[in-house]
Design a protein around this ligand. Structure first.
Ligand SMILES: NC(=O)c1ccc[n+]([C@@H]2O[C@H](COP(=O)([O-])OP(=O)(O)OC[C@H]3O[C@@H](n4cnc5c(N)ncnc54)[C@H](OP(=O)(O)O)[C@@H]3O)[C@@H](O)[C@H]2O)c1
Length: 382
């Protein structure tokens, strides 16, 4: 099966290595016909081209694997590929989460499929496991530590009592965090992964902007000390739950019991867990990024397409996100604690502990407070 590869960076070069090495008979059935690169200086192989039409207009190429990242031109290239009846595999969570409804519609109209294992959890076979679980059962909910950078920062802050800015700088030096860390520390990266997990787990496209998202930018040692005193550990969690007519989905720091398996996932590791009726909770732990692990996930999808294993893979529904069913107790540190009086169980200095309230109610108060240094975490007793 002939493949056109868009992008030859960290993930794309891993994909071409795995396919060119051809260690298994399945991989040897795949052939990379053309590779799109951006600059003349990157051309090191006769398959490489600077012209996207060499891939998108080639009728022999049946699958386009996109590993470029960013919204454009990745999005436009994939629209064109789908319209030309080519299957698509992408590792690009931001682009697919942003345009999921449109891209899946084009796929359906043109009788092809969109695959995205690598977009969420790197090499962890999370999407494949959701597909398998759904053959037998409905998935009720999922939760995950989806972002290695923030898990690294939280682990080190907890263990060494280092400040957020210091440890973020270290993470940048070690290459765990981007020079512009916004997507990671403000929770956007997790939001995209939650959106794509919703697509797969609940068979529904959603609007990514409806996922309530809080990150760890404002976390301080004071917050972690409070958490430690409760016998808890702080993790940035993405979750989704299915309620039939709607879905709840959010990204929020959580204070979890130290006995929770998630509390013990260290440094830049990821863990993702689904819960379904007959299987119960099933967790997957591993490196959520890296060239070959992520490329492995891309190649798995290419083999799925070649074997025609997932012809029904495009999601069928469009369900609304409604977080009013997400209730809990929230820890809120703010310069304006008085704003939270109505929903507070207790207020001590700048720290509010809410009653059991819906996340939507807590968000309304947060908007009212308009406090840029505010930190919120959900306190999970169970
Ligand atoms: N790295 C990981 O571990 C990992 C894990 C999971 C998912 N992902 C996702 O996979 C995608 C790729 O990530 P990456 O780490 O491989 O990024 P990367 O190393 O920056 O690779 C992207 C490559 O695509 C090239 N490119 C960008 N625009 C192009 C264009 N218009 N035409 C041709 N080539 C173009 C870039 O060239 P220039 O460098 O010249 O711009 C670069 O070589 C992203 O969406 C990322 O979120 C990455």
């Amino acid at each position: 099966m002939k493949i056109g590869l868009l992008g030859h960076g960290v993930v794309g070069s891993g994909v071409s290595k795995i396919i060119d090495d051809g260690l298994t008979w399945e991989v040897r059935e795949l052939e990379i016909k053309r590779i799109l690169v951006k600059d003349e200086s990157e051309i090191t192989d006769e398959r490489m081209t600077l012209n996207p039409a060499d891939i998108l207009e080639d009728p022999e190429i049946e699958i386009v694997a996109e590993c470029m990242g960013g919204l454009e031109p990745a999005h436009s290239f994939l629209v064109e590929a789908l319209k030309k009846g080519k299957h698509v595999v992408t590792s690009n969570k931001k682009m697919l989460a942003t345009y999921c409804e449109e891209l899946f519609d084009f796929a359906r109209e043109n009788g092809v499929t969109v695959h995205y294992e690598a977009s969420c959890g790197g090499g962890i076979p999370w999407m494949a496991s959701l597909d398998r679980t759904r053959r037998v059962d409905d998935i009720d909910s999922f939760r995950g530590i989806f972002n290695g950078t923030t898990n690294y920062i939280l682990t080190r802050m907890t263990k060494e009592a280092g400040s957020f800015p210091e440890i973020l700088k270290d993470a940048q030096k070690l290459g765990y965090a981007e020079q512009d860390p916004t997507d990671d520390i403000d929770g956007h990266d997790v939001r995209y992964k939650v959106a794509l997990s919703v697509v797969k787990a609940f068979d529904s496209v959603i609007n990514v902007n409806d996922i309530i998202t809080f990150g760890i930018r404002n976390i301080t040692l004071q917050d972690l000390e409070w958490c430690r005193e409760q016998g808890m550990t702080c993790k940035l969690i993405g979750t989704g739950s299915y309620f039939g007519d709607h879905i709840s989905a959010c990204v929020i720091p959580m204070f979890l019991k130290n006995s929770d398996i998630f509390s013990n996932i260290p440094m830049n590791f990821n863990v993702i867990e689904s819960t379904s009726k007959t299987l119960g909770a099933a967790s997957f732990i591993g490196q959520g990024a890296g060239s070959l692990p992520t490329a492995h996930a891309v190649v798995q999808n290419l083999i799925d397409i070649w074997k025609d294993q997932d012809s029904e893979i495009n999601p069928k529904y469009k369900k609304p996100i409604d977080n009013s069913t997400h209730t809990g107790v929230f820890y809120i540190r703010t310069a304006k604690p008085e704003v939270f009086a109505e929903i507070a169980e207790s207020i001590s200095g700048d720290t509010v502990l809410t009653k059991n309230v819906s996340l939507v109610e807590a968000v309304k108060k947060i908007q009212e407070a308009s406090d840029e240094s505010l930190f919120i975490a959900e306190v999970r007793e169970a």
